[in-house]
Design a protein around this ligand. Sequence first.
Ligand SMILES: [Zn+2]
Length: 480
Amino acid sequence: GTITEIYDFLRLLYARTAEAFSYATGKKMIRQSDDQIINYILKHFDGKKLVVLAPVVKGRKGHYREDFQKIAKLGFTKVRVDGELLDITPKMQVDRYKIHDIEIVIDRLVVKEDDRFRLSGSVQNALTHGKGTMLVLDPDAKKAAPQFFSRFLMDPETGIAYDDPAPNTFSFNSPYGACPHCAGLGEVQQITEETVIPDPKLSISRGGIAPLGEYRDIWIFQQLQLILKKHKVSLNTAIEKLPAELLQRLMHGITQDEADDAKGAYTEPFEGIIPFLRRQMESDSDNIREWIQQYTQAQTCPVCEGYRLKKESLHFKLASKHIGELSVMDINELSSWFVDVEGRLSERQNLIARELLKEIRKRIGFLLEVGLDYLSLHRSVRTLSGGESQRIRLATQIGTQLVGVLYIMDEPSIGLHQRDNERLIKALQHLRDIGNSVIVVEHDKDMILHADHVLDIGPGAGIHGGHIVAEGTPEAIFNS
Ligand SMILES: [Zn+2]
């Protein structure tokens, strides 16, 4: 429908014109041509010693034995491993269970304008081995931060790189766009205190911690009893009467360190009810997972904050808004955001965006026409009422400008305010005027009064009706 079409155009708009910002530093991401990189180095490192590096492993685990030998076979003798410059030795390897950064030392040189040839060879070599990214380092500076360069979008400070954006970068249905934490749903099922303790008036032994049920002679009740006893309360104390701090610990756990602390209030380590239940969610048993399900609640995903996209996608911005921020606006807000957006875009952005902006505005206009100004792009189709989804389809139809079509609608005015009802009637009349037929099943008086021809079916409902009791223009029927 029109709503998804607008979002599709927005995805195109973002892929083509949005600017990327680093999720780590907030800085604008840049991409550079080989010449720009060379000129930058000549300007900023003139006369200095420099190590040119090509990253081959970035934050991954492994021993990399074969990789070191491959690098040696290419004719390189040095690497930088986790920040340390090392000679490549036979059978060299690193701790396979640790995360490593490995770079090839491509060249060590003194930057000089009249030796541009050597520098440019090294830069190109580094970019080739580094698959488009490279870094340089002043070997004499103690703890010097390397500077990153990239042919792709990259944060020059941290070296974080993004893939070039494509429309699916902004799709929560695509693995290229979806938030990995909630799989693009915007919500996660979480065990919460409210679901675990539905009635705090109950004591623990009376089943106050719902997933545990009533008291039984099993280890978890024994363990709870032990902790409670130290605080001069018991399994028979109503949960709401337990000290708040103690209840927090029962829910979220007591660490070994806290239990060992002689001055602390706890003597036993305890996993905590919620971490215990959370662990059961990973269980291999369907029964256990189903049992846990009933104590979970849908909560806004803490990673994407409900925007459903991965963090990289939410750091592409257009006129300082990311696509998620636009998708939660209602159509009215979205419409006014787009009214003067050209003024907030660069010349280049405007050039690319022109046609897309036209398409987006046109469709926003259709939705306004049929009284759906309160919807947002974010609202998923399954939460729409019957009347709303009919009106969205209607907006789509108005967009296509088809003629010779018969439209049949069942109470499309349901839930509409007076003002919007008038717009809906106008939209239907527009469909008629351009050469279509529109049949509407309605109780709404205004809608009936605007019909060209009315069939009044009745006299009662269900089996008491079904007969045409009046027929003609609205005036004729009211006068009869
Ligand atoms: Zn998420």
